[in-house]
Design a protein around this ligand. Sequence first.
Ligand SMILES: C[S@@+](CC[C@H](N)C(=O)[O-])C[C@H]1O[C@@H](n2cnc3c(N)ncnc32)[C@H](O)[C@@H]1O
Length: 331
Amino acid sequence: MLAVKVPKRDAEKTRRKLIELGVLAKGYSPKREGDFVLFPVIEPVEGFELVEAEFERTEMRPHSYREVVEVPEELRPLLPSSFDIIGDIAIIELPEELMKHGKAIGEAILKVHRHIKAVFAKGSKVSGEYRVRELIHLAGERRTETLHRENRIRLKLDVAKVYFSPRLATERMRVFEKTLPGEIVFDMFAGVGPYSILLAKKAKLVFACDINPWAIRYLEENIRLNKAFNVVPILGDVRKIAGKIEADRVIMNLPKFADRFLREAMLSVKSGGIVHYYGFGPEEDLFSEHERKIKDAARELGFEVEFLDERRVRPYAPRQFNIAIYFRVLK
Ligand SMILES: C[S@@+](CC[C@H](N)C(=O)[O-])C[C@H]1O[C@@H](n2cnc3c(N)ncnc32)[C@H](O)[C@@H]1O
């Protein structure tokens, strides 16, 4: 095929130029010939020495597991286009029809994403007090413990024993950006610490509570891993400690039931302090129901609230969204 021949010292500059001109032939490796390098091109290029040469094809790596997985053709449209990656573990949601092809799907994911070592399918919805789900092993290692990196912190966790969603990383960063140096933060439903450990970089002190002993075990390990020694882990029901803490900022990341804990949150925040409330809402009216509950809880305590920000965090179910409401409590 047609090639551009340049001295070795000009190779990198030439490669960039050929890419810029859109003439570098894709799928082939450049070739060394003594003190020269040959680049395959799709058409003659002015200003360069042109020669004929043969090139080896480079391995074209697939981008998606869907390009390599073997499933019956009629089921292909059902293959999910995305899945969660927590550390080196992939968790995919498969429709019933694809479950019997789970092994092939898991192996295709391992083949395309070399850093993934284990693949699981969601076996249930997130449920119970600990907000965990059943997982079905599809391929790779039968291991559920991993080390996840997000927002420049490291989190060790067991995906089968604790709640963790990598999809909240951006929301956590938003809360981090709002946090002011020296604040006292109360993370009411802390899990393994993705908010607490991040916010600890700015806050003076972070009280991090969770009722799941596994979450607190990992939180303690994550405090050591990240040297976040200003995080105070508290194992137990948050109802028992609410009101004993006076925080500048309260995080209520329990969207399914946060409304049941509004009284506790409001009693734990200083006058003028901020609450980050999460819930689920239908697309047609995301916030009204939650706003009403927040106002009712404040009224019962004789407090006032000022709404600061309301947003969709992520899609949750068809026409349902995980929402965030940030509000100030005035006592
Ligand atoms: C949705 S998860 C959020 C975890 C963490 N904030 C995160 O972003 O990964 C909610 C957490 O609240 C904890 N939880 C539920 N009820 C609780 C209660 N009454 N007191 C303390 N923690 C509770 C669960 O064990 C779970 O870890």
